[in-house]
Write a protein that binds this ligand. Structure first.
Ligand code: B3K
Ligand code: ZN
Length: 868
């Protein structure tokens, strides 16, 4: 497959002012007629008569040009080519497709008896021939017809302008979307659906009909989604001055979907996972995820739809910015500190490893073979961090002036990341010349920090930054990095004043004011920059920061650092017995102050109680040696982390018990309920390591008495890791209670695949044979195998059987759903950073995939990058 390069961008030689589509719908045969008005693009000089319409796996039954049958077309790969002599023409094309055979879930596909579409990035070309690229904007008019019994509801973008009944039990509807849009935002849905509806009145007083469409049996679980939509609409008016621009907003939930959701104009299509929620079936985290994804897709209406992307290399223009917008929204809904910690945890678990591995790429990539592979944590989450840094430097108010200018300047256009940066410079008054490197350079910057007392009353802090080499990029320039810092005093406990500093050089020294005689530097407060800080710090300093820092993120960070230092040293066998005991003692001391600190609410306490994830420890272990000699040993990391949990459970038994007693009976709806549930499950998980028998009793009781999914799932998670009869009993009870509820049964698969149980690998093998398991449903595949690939004990099994299992999944899934299959490659791609025996086994699996005939473009690209 060819490589597409950013520098090769050329505007399309034609414009397409109008697109008319007609669908005659059927589950296994749908006829699509398209009528395009096309004109020469006045902005290009091309004089070639060729019109190239993209197609992917479709054939045409008929082509008409300017109303007359036209036979002189040809095909190139999947594309349709015609030569047109004039300035403007109409092009009419008829195609036939079979939605029921579409297991890739791109284009028009069938799910549970309904029809729906997914067009981003290049799915529209699987429906009809079209210039399927985001810089070709067109106004759509769509007519669809089909059997009324199968498809009582017919939806499309924009507004419904006409409808009626046809012959033989069919009916039809015609939709018109007044806003010009690229083909990737097209959507159509036909099915037997019901809506939860409530109007929203915009700031200018227009009434918007809001609907959440689901299958009848799911209707009772849609209130939260609908309310989240209203909250998002209001927030975007207040925070970014953005008002909705149609009289109708439809959200449809489908159970077969490759990702979370899709922001099609006026007709969002959602994975059921991000729509359905009630206390009996969804955890607190699920509720937050629904709210966050609803917000994200809604915010795209401006950052993505009204201003779209010129080409797919600009993906972060809409995704990075929209992720930042949804993060800020959730911070306002749920509390800033906890949300920030969660977002950083995701960044470190998903993006840092990507940036350090074979798939590393800048937030604005330079090339791709398959664009689906670039919907990554880098483009999304690091993209959001980069824009957040602009906001930090400008301040919220000036940043808003920048985004206002951006929306004003580019409304109705297909823009670039460069356009965004320029608008922020002009509107917010920033100078971002060097900062642009964040868009070009991949790799997580590392900053080595050292300090010494200066002559006067300052602390001289020296910063040395490096950006690691990444595939295709070496010897990178220094980054412009904003950091919030403060210097506290450990002796007096005085807290220093926070200031924002901006690094721009490979090495620089900055003098910071002291707050007292024993300075402790609090750095990257609030995680202002997505970097790795490396510094020698006395453990007492970390303990002080963990207990006393006034920045909640810095407190969390100090505690994480304490644990990371101990665990990496222990897993690398650098500690003797005394060193090991000392490391555990320090973590336990810090934990003790967290458990009892009356100033913390339980939500924050629960957050602080989370030990660093094994993925993050993997990074810390493999990345802490710039020469790349030290490799990660996932099984050692796992063992040491479990031992640390044991030590905490044993040492702090009394404190943990009394805290459990304090939170155990806080009711579900109590304002402190959420935090209480978090803390409860954390405690049970610690006891699972220190006193399994006791944990089994505790978790069984929590499970049996639970009146909500958070408690039930938390308890079952703990039980799943134990070798105890309560495990099978509760797993069965959970299954029986929720049989037939796909989203909850996904949880049932995930809990077992993620479990700490020593037999996890054979459990997963058995589960793959379960009657409820299928490779055809992406949620189900991920619930079992993505969870397993994230379970170090199973995935990294000594004999390589975990690697083989994931490679087999890739090979089995690739012909069914390449996009989802390709997502399983990156766990195996970590081979270079892992100790040599396992590295060899992982690489062998990648090589076995690489030589397989007929691989999809998606999987081929990821596997070859991982072996390069
Ligand atoms: N824009 C879509 C993602 C489409 C992924 C295509 N492979 C959802 C989102 O980011 O909002
Ligand atoms: Zn998005």
């Amino acid at each position: 497959p060819p490589v597409i390069r950013r520098e090769d961008y050329q505007p399309f030689p034609w414009i397409v002012p109008q697109t008319e589509l007609e669908f005659v719908l059927g589950i296994d045969s749908t006829r699509v007629t398209s009528r395009l008005t096309i004109k020469r693009n006045p902005e290009t000089e091309s004089i070639s008569p060729e019109l190239r319409l993209n197609g992917d796996g479709i054939k045409t039954d008929m082509v008409m040009i300017d109303g007359a049958r036209f036979g002189d077309w040809s095909m190139d790969e999947g594309d349709l080519l015609v030569n047109l002599p004039g300035e403007s023409h109409t092009v009419e094309i008829v195609t036939h497709i079979d939605p029921s055979a579409n297991t890739a879930l791109m284009g028009l596909f069938a799910s549970n008896g309904m029809l729906c579409t997914q067009c981003e990035a290049e799915g529209f070309r699987r429906i009809t021939f079209f210039p399927d690229r985001p810089d070709v904007l067109s106004t759509y008019r769509v007519k669809m017809s089909g059997p009324k019994d199968l498809f009582p509801i017919l939806l499309c973008n924009g507004n419904k302008v006409a409808e009626g009944d046809g012959n033989d039990g069919t009916h039809w509807a015609e939709w018109h979307d007044p806003w010009p849009k690229p083909s990737y935002l097209f959507a159509l849905v036909a099915g037997d659906l019901v809506a939860n509806s409530a109007p929203f009145t915009t700031q200018s007083g227009r009434e918007v009909e809001c609907n959440v469409w689901v299958r009848e049996e799911d209707l009772a679980r849609t209130d939260h989604a609908l309310q989240s939509l209203h909250r998002s609409m209001k927030w975007d008016e207040e925070t970014f001055g953005r008002e909705y621009d149609l009289d109708l907003y439809n959200i449809v939930a489908v159970s077969d979907f490759n990702m979370g959701a899709m922001e099609n104009k006026g007709l969002n299509v959602f994975n059921t996972k991000y729509v359905l929620a009630d206390p009996d079936t969804a955890t607190d985290a699920d509720f937050d995820a629904v709210e966050g994804v609803i917000a994200h897709e809604y915010f795209h209406n401006w950052s993505g739809n009204r201003v779209t992307c010129r080409d797919w290399f600009q993906l972060s223009l809409k995704e990075g910015f929209t992720v930042l917008r949804d993060q800020l929204f959730s911070q306002d809904m749920q509390g800033e500190a906890v949300k920030r910690i969660e977002d950083v945890r995701i960044l470190r678990a998903a993006q840092f490893p990507e940036d350090a591995g074979p798939l590393a790429h800048p937030i604005r990539p330079d090339s791709y073979r398959e664009i689906s592979n670039f919907y990554t944590a880098t483009v999304y989450n690091k993209g959001a961090e980069v824009i957040r840094m602009m906001r930090t430097m400008a301040g919220a108010e000036d940043f808003r002036a920048g985004t206002d200018l951006y929306f004003d300047r580019h409304d109705g256009e297909a823009a670039t990341c460069e356009d965004f940066i320029t608008a922020i410079e002009d509107g917010a008054g920033l100078e971002l010349a060097q900062f642009r490197r964040w868009y070009r350079q991949a790799g997580t910057p590392r900053i080595e920090v050292s300090q010494k007392l200066g002559d006067g009353d300052g602390l001289d802090v020296t910063f040395r930054q490096t950006v690691p080499d990444t595939p295709g990029q070496k010897n990178k320039g220094a980054m412009h990095i904003p950091l919030r810092v403060a210097v506290h005093c450990r002796e007096t406990g005085a807290l220093g004043e926070e200031q924002l500093i901006e690094l721009r050089h490979d090495e620089q020294t900055i003098s910071l004011p002291l707050a007292g005689p024993v300075p402790v530097l609090s750095i990257n407060r609030g995680f202002t920059a997505p970097v790795i800080i490396e510094r020698e710090l006395e453990s007492e300093d970390l303990v002080f920061l963990a207990a006393k820092d006034d920045d909640p993120f810095a407190r969390y960070e100090a505690l994480q650092d304490l644990a990371v230092r101990h665990l990496v040293a222990a897993a690398s066998r650098e500690l003797d017995q005394a060193g090991r005991a000392e490391g555990k003692r320090l973590v336990c001391d810090a934990f003790r102050s967290i458990l009892s600190d009356p100033a913390l609410d339980h939500s924050m306490r629960g957050e602080l109680m989370m030990l660093p994830s094994e993925t993050y420890l993997f990074e810390a272990m493999a990345g802490s040696d710039p020469a790349g000699i030290r490799k990660a040993e996932p099984l050692e990391i796992h063992k040491e982390r479990e031992q640390l949990k044991t030590a905490i459970g044993v040492t702090l038994k009394r404190e943990l018990e009394s805290l459990y007693a304090q939170v155990a009976d806080i009711p579900y709806d109590d304002p402190a309920g959420r935090g209480a549930r978090k803390v409860k499950t954390q405690i049970a998980a610690l006891f699972a390591a220190s006193d399994p028998e006791r944990a089994a009793v505790m978790a069984s009781r929590q499970f049996d008495q639970a009146d909500n999914m958070t408690d039930r799932q938390g308890a079952l998670m703990v039980l799943c890791g134990l070798q105890h009869p309560a495990r099978e009993e509760r797993l069965q009870a959970f299954y029986d209670r929720y049989q037939g509820n796909a989203l909850v049964i996904d949880k049932w698969f995930t809990l077992q695949a993620l479990s700490l149980h020593p037999e996890v690998l054979s459990h997963v093998k058995t589960l793959a044979e379960h009657a409820d398991f299928t490779m055809k449903n992406p949620n189900r595949v991920r619930s079992l195998y993505m969870a397993f690939a994230g379970n170090p004990q199973g995935f990294h099994a000594q004999d390589g059987s975990g690697y083989r299992m994931i490679a087999d999944v890739i090979l089995a899934l690739d012909p069914i759903n390449p996009q989802t299959a390709a997502r399983f490659v990156s766990p195996l791609g970590k081979w270079r950073r892992i100790e040599s025996v396992k590295a060899g086994l992982m690489k062998a699996e990648l090589e076995r995939i690489a030589v397989t005939e007929g691989l999809s473009r998606d999987t081929f690209e990821q596997v070859s990058r991982s072996l390069d």
